[in-house]
Design a protein around this ligand. Structure first.
Ligand code: G3H
Ligand code: 13P
Ligand code: ZN
Length: 315
């Protein structure tokens, strides 16, 4: 059942974070639904602009609608990830999405507010909620590369002003994470001091953490052993998710870790079966492994086992 992101946030706030997982194809869709049902967790499906363009934007929509029929117990929202203004309007008009993200975080403060407010007005008129971003994460994101030195943590005072003036419904904050598989060189932890100040300024307001893949070292080693070259890949500590959830982080975005599962499964399969060419063989392994990975991630987020309580909450 597709629900509004707003309701998911209301049910989760302060207790657990909802996993927001990016998908691009059939196998990820199947694994995603199976994994979330295995762990009885609500979830958010994220579609990036790249995912919409990978085949045709209607293909993922059709896959998700089919999955909704195949897995009637699933409760989830569908969200545009890192939208620009035009793509936000397209999703709002489509009648399919639960929420959109307008990412104008690379713009100056005033311009970010101005763009976000336009999208908020259009979205609210159609009953959708809007995620915006303030601060700048490091790493590689569609169309934009931000170096570690350019990354800026979110200013808690600006966060309050930004939310008040833009009318956004949730806010992606920069608190030490970054996109991709190479997040930092040394060791690192989330900036809980900044997060806690943001929550004080915005009590009860849902916060979002992007760039939250853990880049498990065991996964990286297996990929490299099977011919990959991902030296120095590192991610965030998933054991910090629950603490972040207590401080108002209600949605945690994870994409890279799922790509690593795909890479490991396919590299290992073809290394072990150099004669193979039936795509369904590694595809079948991938769907199972992806489901296991989603279920394990939900444990870290605290969303495991929340489905029944959510169903009651939704009435
Ligand atoms: O933050 C970006 C997400 O990982 C989506 O990646 O834009 O390559 O689909 P993508
Ligand atoms: P990762 O690259 O850490 O998976 O982050 C994904 C993300 O933030 C999607 O918006
Ligand atoms: Zn992101």
């Amino acid at each position: 059942m597709i629900v509004t992101t707003k309701k998911l946030f209301e049910a989760a706030y302060g207790n657990y974070a909802i996993g927001a997982y990016n998908i691009n194809n059939l196998e990820q869709t199947m694994g995603l639904f199976e994994g979330n049902l295995m762990s009885k967790a609500p979830f958010i499906i994220q579609i990036s602009r790249g995912a919409r363009d990978y085949t045709n934007k209607l293909m993922l929509q059709a896959l998700i609608n089919a999955a909704d029929e195949v897995f009637p117990e699933a409760i989830f929202a569908v969200h545009l990830d890192h939208g620009d203004e035009q793509t936000c309007y397209d999703c709002i008009e489509s009648g399919f999405y639960s929420s959109v993200m307008i990412d104008a975080s690379h713009e100056p403060f005033e311009k970010n507010i101005e763009i976000t407010k336009r999208v908020v007005d259009a979205a609210h008129a159609k009953g959708l909620v809007v995620e915006a971003e303030l601060g700048q994460l490091g790493g590689v994101e569609e169309h934009i590369k931000v170096s570690e030195s350019e990354a800026r943590l979110t200013n808690p005072d600006q966060a309050k002003e930004f939310v008040d003036r833009s009318g956004c419904d949730s806010l992606a904050v920069a608190i030490g994470t970054s996109h991709g598989a190479f997040k930092f060189s040394g060791s690192q932890s989330l900036h809980f001091d900044v997060l806690s100040q943001i929550q004080k300024n915005l009590p009860g307001f849902p916060l979002v953490m992007h760039g939250s893949s853990s880049v498990p070292q065991e996964e990286v080693e297996r990929i490299n052993k099977a011919g990959g070259k991902l030296q120095g890949a590192k991610g965030v500590d998933a054991n910090e998710f629950k603490q972040a959830a207590k401080l108002g982080v209600t949605k945690i975005n994870i994409d890279t870790d799922g790509r690593l599962v795909w890479t490991r499964v396919h590299r290992e399969y073809f290394m072990e079966h150099p004669e193979g060419f039936d795509l369904r063989k590694p595809g079948t392994i991938f769907m199972k492994e992806y489901a296991k990975y989603i279920a394990a991630k939900n444990e870290k987020l605290g969303s495991t086992g929340q489905l029944d309580a959510l169903r009651k909450f939704l009435g």
